[in-house]
Design a protein around this ligand. Structure first.
Ligand SMILES: NC(=O)c1ccc[n+]([C@@H]2O[C@H](COP(=O)([O-])OP(=O)(O)OC[C@H]3O[C@@H](n4cnc5c(N)ncnc54)[C@H](O)[C@@H]3O)[C@@H](O)[C@H]2O)c1
Length: 563
């Protein structure tokens, strides 16, 4: 099944998704009743995710890590909720870029966001410890540094009294995730992790349709993130002709994980000093800039890409933990010094809705087995196979998730579009006429579509389209708004601890995402010859109080020291 659909098929799928949303709007259990009766008003994310418009002063925040993702977070944040008063980065190139931006969304830069005084009003730091010591007024910290430093910096910030929103993957190994959760509890701080799909209305609507049974029984989800990084970077030679750019005699390829080291950073005396680099977590400038390529600093394709999509798959399945994973992968294309795999393929077995015994409230029932508390199995055959692939040699299909049910197929692509294709019922002669879509040629010679539909479907289509988010937010803005709302409520002495709101992707939720990604790495790297290991997920891995129960006990020597 190709995700690369013809335009008319794509349009048909989008319309079907809108029809299904429109048809289900009046169901009492759909979207928590929020949409019941909604006419032409798009549902606000704040209403859907249960936070209010901010009253009073925005949360005073600092950004640690002003690179590509820091730039996106700055571009997407809402200063009415959260206002950056300080930024910290060890690279001069990115300290400049965070102010100047890239001139277009999503990396708008602080000057475009806050006006020309931004440089005066927002203090710049190189060392986050110095920032924590000096700026006691900071309430919250947003962390967007390389993976190996997430735990260390998040824990230091929480111990300094700051609430933390840290980028995904939660941490470099599972033990560090547990340390982060425990620190958040000890210090009574909000800890939110940046898996933004938890705040995407598109994913929320897709999940609601799945919960409402629109897809029938789901036995398979296929997710992928494919890129083609084999094309050479071209440059103009002295003779004015275009030619492939060379580094050490080899062509430089269009690989976003191996970016150029900017001249500004190469000329910086601090970044030439090995002691400075070591103090901030690096063995070289190359490792700092290209951290995704190395095992000591990154977590490979599963941490960077797969974790997002397995997060989405588990959201679709009710945020359940998987049962087992089998994985293959390796460095099959690149011949450079990278340590992480460039191709990966995983098969996860997830529990279906009847796999476990459940009580009247729908909660999983536990039993004692061999002295351990384990979930009680009801139907061992109710399993959902989830496959995930990430490759770097072909980009025919974009990234997305395809959920295949007995009554329909749901596609979510690039976090931007949701499409639905009902399975035709061979027994039903008089099925209600589907929305029909025809292709016409528009003035600019691109295919355009025309749709006609029966009246009830047309009405459902109108209703669905009226509440679908447009433009689609990937969830960053809502994630930061909700985080700020949580901080505000946690700091309000009138709000009892049991009444505090929690981030949707709080520590335990994010640790499960990290376990899902990192266990695939263990399976892939443990493989012997062509045969990979199948690893069963253990319930105690998901318990932050059992520090040593982890899927990756050997993943420590190469990693950062964890104090
Ligand atoms: N949620 C998402 O969709 C998403 C997308 C991309 C990246 N990310 C995550 O964001 C994080 C950053 O990724 P990126 O693409 O921005 O990387 P990047 O290399 O572009 O930026 C990282 C920045 O952190 C700075 N830094 C490193 N060590 C530091 C230290 N000790 N003190 C202060 N600053 C330090 C670097 O100088 C750099 O500017 C990663 O964890 C990544 O997985 C999330």
């Amino acid at each position: 099944m190709a995700m690369n659909l013809l335009p008319e098929k794509r349009e048909q799928g989008k319309q079907e998704f809108a029809v299904q949303v429109g048809q289900h709007m009046n169901r009492r259990d759909f979207m928590k009743g929020l949409l019941a009766g909604a006419a032409a008003v798009p549902v606000s994310a704040a209403l859907y995710y249960g936070y209010e418009k901010f009253h009073g002063e925005p949360v005073r925040a600092a950004l640690i890590g002003c690179g590509d993702e820091g730039g996106v977070l700055v571009g997407e944040h809402n200063p009415e909720y959260l206002r950056f008063v300080a930024v910290c980065d060890i690279r001069p190139f990115n300290r400049r870029r965070i102010f100047e931006g890239e001139g277009r969304p999503p990396r708008l830069g602080l000057i475009r966001k806050y006006g020309s005084n931004a440089r005066k009003e927002i203090e710049q730091f190189t060392d986050y410890q110095e920032m924590l010591n000096k700026r006691k007024d900071i309430q919250a910290v947003v962390i967007a540094v390389p993976l190996h430093l997430h735990a260390k910096i998040a824990i230091d910030c929480m111990r300094a009294g700051k609430h933390v929103l840290c980028e995904k993957l939660m941490a470099w190994n599972v033990r560090q995730c547990k340390e982060m959760i425990r620190t958040a509890r000890e210090t009574d701080r909000v800890l939110s992790i940046g898996h933004q799909r938890h705040y995407s209305l598109l994913y929320a609507y897709a999940s609601e349709l799945i919960r409402a049974g629109t897809l029938g029984k789901i036995k398979h989800i296929r997710a992928l993130w494919h890129r083609n990084q084999t094309w050479p970077v071209m440059e103009v030679g002295k003779d004015g002709k275009l030619r492939p750019k060379l580094e050490n005699g080899q062509p430089v390829l269009r690989d976003s994980w191996r970016p150029d080291i900017p001249k500004e950073d190469l000329a910086d005396p601090q970044l030439q000093d090995p002691e400075f680099l070591k103090r901030h977590g690096y063995q070289s400038l190359e490792e700092l800039v290209r951290w995704r390529l190395y095992l000591r600093t990154g977590g490979g394709l599963m941490a960077e890409l797969g974790s997002h999509q397995l997060d989405a798959c588990s959201i679709f399945l009710g945020k359940v933990h998987p049962l087992a994973v089998t994985a293959v992968g390796g460095k099959y294309f690149f011949e450079d010094d990278r340590e992480v795999e460039d191709h990966v393929y995983c098969i996860y077995e997830f529990p279906g809705p009847n796999y476990y015994d459940r009580d009247d409230q729908g909660r999983i029932v536990y039993e004692q087995r061999n002295g351990r508390k384990v979930p009680k199995v009801h139907d061992p055959n109710d399993v959902v196979m989830v496959t995930y692939s990430s490759i770097c040699t072909n980009a025919f299909e974009p990234y997305g998730e395809c959920v295949m049910g007995t009554r329909g197929t749901l596609l979510v692509e690039r976090e931007q579009e949701a499409l639905f294709f009902p399975e035709p019922d061979p027994n039903a002669r008089n099925q209600s006429a589907p929305t029909t879509v025809q292709v016409t040629q528009s003035a600019v010679n691109k295919p355009a579509t025309e749709a006609s539909a029966s009246e009830p479907r047309a009405e459902a289509l109108r209703r669905g389209q009226s509440v679908l988010p447009n433009p689609v937010s990937r969830g960053y803005r809502e994630e930061m708004e909700h985080f700020a709302y949580c901080v505000k409520m946690w700091e309000d002495r009138n709000v009892k601890p049991e009444e505090r709101p929690w981030p949707r992707c709080h520590g335990e939720v994010a640790m499960a995402d990290a376990i899902v990604a990192l266990t695939a790495n263990v399976a892939m790297r443990r493989r012997n010859g062509a045969v990979s290991s199948r690893i069963e997920f253990q319930p105690e891995w998901f318990d932050p109080m059992i520090l040593d129960a982890v899927p990756d006990p050997d993943v420590k020597e190469q990693g950062p020291p964890f104090e």
